[in-house]
Write a protein that binds this ligand. Structure first.
Ligand SMILES: C[S@@+](CC[C@H](N)C(=O)[O-])C[C@H]1O[C@@H](n2cnc3c(N)ncnc32)[C@H](O)[C@@H]1O
Length: 222
């Protein structure tokens, strides 16, 4: 059944067209792709001027859909580079009739193509791949090169909330925020026993908790 559904990916994406933008993948060079602006018309998409929050690497969308349900006064844009995964998030939001969630199928590297500068109040990074090998350091979503992108998206006083199960990635991220001039507002090293208000569990978080892993959380501000 799953394979059958996945083999109809194009049809499924087309059925979710009203809540999804698929990146233009003709330009393989992320830097030049990001320069060709194609800003999302956020006010048209949502039909209001509510604040915008962005989740990067949303996976199957549990976090963004539940958070959006809890906050109808906020608009959420969930970004995911793998369309096979993103489609499940889109279908979930559609089924639940959520009007304040929209999806963007692109890589974090090209976000500046799609968002007006200073237009986002919060960015969520939930269980981004820790990529422990030194050679992949620059691909980590909290590497300073990504923080510069996030800084451009975020309005003054905007925040990033990050969760991870990986201690080394947590420590790397703290250092990265500090060296990029972000202010650490809150950090927790055991979210299970020290829960944060208004937090929603993600798919990966549930798995990691079941395996007895610690969950780390950082709130940082530009
Ligand atoms: C480990 S999963 C976590 C999924 C979800 N946030 C959760 O907590 O259950 C990381 C997700 O980030 C996506 N991802 C990784 N690098 C990305 C990038 N550069 N741009 C956009 N998405 C990315 C992956 O495709 C994957 O779905």
């Amino acid at each position: 059944m799953r394979m059958h559904k996945k083999s109809h990916l194009e049809e499924r994406l087309a059925a979710c067209a009203e809540l999804l933008t698929v990146a233009d993948l003709t330009d393989k060079n992320m830097l030049t792709a990001a320069e060709k602006k194609d800003y999302l018309r956020v006010e048209e998409i949502f039909g209001n001027t509510n604040p915008v929050r962005v989740e990067i690497g949303c996976g199957k969308g549990k976090f963004v859909c539940e958070t959006a349900k809890n906050h109808p006064e906020i608009n959420f844009i969930a970004v995911e580079k793998i369309s096979n995964v993103l489609i499940e998030a889109c279908e979930r939001a559609k089924e639940e009739g959520l009007k304040n969630v929209y999806f963007l199928n692109c890589a974090a590297e090209v976000l500046l193509k799609y968002f007006n500068p200073s237009s986002v109040e919060m960015i969520y990074l939930n269980f981004s791949n820790p990529l422990p090998k030194e050679g992949y350091k620059k691909q980590r979503l909290t590497h300073p090169r990504f923080l510069e992108i996030y800084r451009s998206l975020l309005r003054s006083g905007g925040r990033i909330i990050q969760k991870t199960d990986d201690r080394d990635f947590y420590l790397f991220s703290l250092e990265s925020y500090a060296s990029s001039g972000f202010k650490i507002i809150d950090k927790r090293e055991d979210l299970k026993n020290n829960p944060a208000k208004d937090d929603v569990e993600t798919e990966h978080e549930r798995l990691f908790k079941e395996r007895g892993k610690n969950i780390y959380r950082i709130v940082t501000e530009v």
